[in-house]
Design a protein around this ligand. Structure first.
Ligand SMILES: Cc1cc2nc3c(=O)[nH]c(=O)nc-3n(C[C@H](O)[C@H](O)[C@H](O)COP(=O)(O)OP(=O)(O)OC[C@H]3O[C@@H](n4cnc5c(N)ncnc54)[C@H](O)[C@@H]3O)c2cc1C
Length: 242
């Protein structure tokens, strides 16, 4: 898609059973770390699966990470689901999901565990403030796509490089402010936080959604509370930790 994003599309008949709710709908992504073809999965009992996951011997345990549904299409006998994966590096190599996203081929085993939607504005919301780094861009893109056409507000989106700035479908009344990291010392979340500090959030019926690197999420929430926004009008979530 751009220097920092790889889109991967899953296609399967099983995916027709996925109850896509739009917005920032997210899921747990499982895939094997070895190439022996097998994918051992945990038992899922309601919300419970973690203990069963840990009980799988380490050598056979699949990788598990959280991702957002970037797009979903139901076709005649199957469905397609897009995932936009940030290509980030760890110890000189592409991190595990990024490496999977650039090497998976049709037939590579994969599983998804539906987790639902985080975005939860109060009914009386009159203005939206959405803030993220690149890990939350798929979530923000989904929310902006699905907001009512007359929604107003601001979206602050930090990306690693100017070439990661891609067109976003959004209501006319929502201002999109991109903050490429170049020029902010390269520390993830700093540019978005600075932009957030400059926003006027005086409106008591605003709703804020702040996700991304964990300091961006926690400091973003603190900044908004200091500006007078009630904590129940803020959804914040650390999507990863630097
Ligand atoms: C609800 C939710 C939805 C998410 N949706 C998406 C999504 O749609 N697309 C997406 O790309 N990510 C998304 N994320 C973030 C993703 O889950 C993390 O980036 C995850 O750590 C990636 O797993 P990994 O195994 O590749 O890296 P890990 O093994 O978890 O991490 C390896 C190293 O990379 C660092 N790291 C992790 N993520 C990043 C990053 N984004 N940039 C730079 N360094 C990083 C870690 O600090 C660690 O040192 C989402 C997270 C949540 C909670």
């Amino acid at each position: 898609m751009s220097p920092s994003f790889q889109r991967i599309t899953l296609e399967s008949t099983d995916l027709t059973a996925f109850d896509w709710r739009g917005l920032d709908h997210w899921f747990r992504l499982f895939f094997p770390l070895t190439n022996d073809g097998g994918l051992r999965l945990p038992e899922v009992d309601g919300q419970r699966w973690w203990k069963s996951y840990l009980a799988i011997p380490e050598a056979e345990r699949p990788h598990c990470s959280n991702y957002t549904v970037a797009g979903y299409r139901r076709l005649a006998d199957r469905a397609e689901l897009d995932i936009d994966v940030v290509l980030h590096w760890h110890e000189g190599k592409l991190a595990r999901v990024a490496s999977w996203a650039v090497s998976a081929v049709p037939g590579s085993p994969v599983a998804l565990l539906d987790q639902g939607v985080l975005f939860d504005p109060p009914d009386d919301t009159t203005s939206y403030l959405l803030v993220s780094d690149e890990s939350g861009l798929p979530a923000l893109r989904g929310i902006l796509r699905d907001l009512p056409a007359d929604a107003v507000g601001t979206a602050i989106i930090e990306v690693p490089a100017p070439d990661d700035v891609l067109p976003v479908e959004a209501p006319e009344g929502v201002r999109i402010q991109w903050t490429p990291r170049d020029g902010a010392g390269g520390v993830a979340g700093v540019a978005a936080l600075r932009a957030l500090e400059a926003v006027d959030v005086a409106c008591p019926a605003s709703y804020a959604f702040v996700v991304g690197e964990s300091t961006l999420a926690t400091e973003g929430r603190r900044t908004l509370q200091r500006a007078g926004l009630a904590k129940e009008r803020i959804t914040f979530s650390g999507f990863w930790k630097a």
